[in-house]
Ligand binder design. Structure first.
Ligand code: ZN
Length: 56
């Protein structure tokens, strides 16, 4: 039985305002996705913005 990658937390940094935010992966490949910054509203690629993976 493979270990699940569901619900992994990543730490992202917005390229616009440099604020950091947590992002929760709900089972799909997040590196192809975009996320909208909750601080400044700018959209950016998740893959380019991962600065840390938070292992639980
Ligand atoms: Zn931002």
């Amino acid at each position: 039985m493979k270990s699940s990658i569901n619900n992994k937390m990543f730490l992202l940094q917005c390229p616009g305002c440099k604020n950091r935010m947590k992002y929760q992966n709900r089972g799909s490949i997040i590196i192809k996705k975009s996320k909208k910054c909750v601080y400044c509203g700018r959209s950016f690629k998740v893959r380019d913005s991962i600065i840390k993976k938070l292992e639980k």
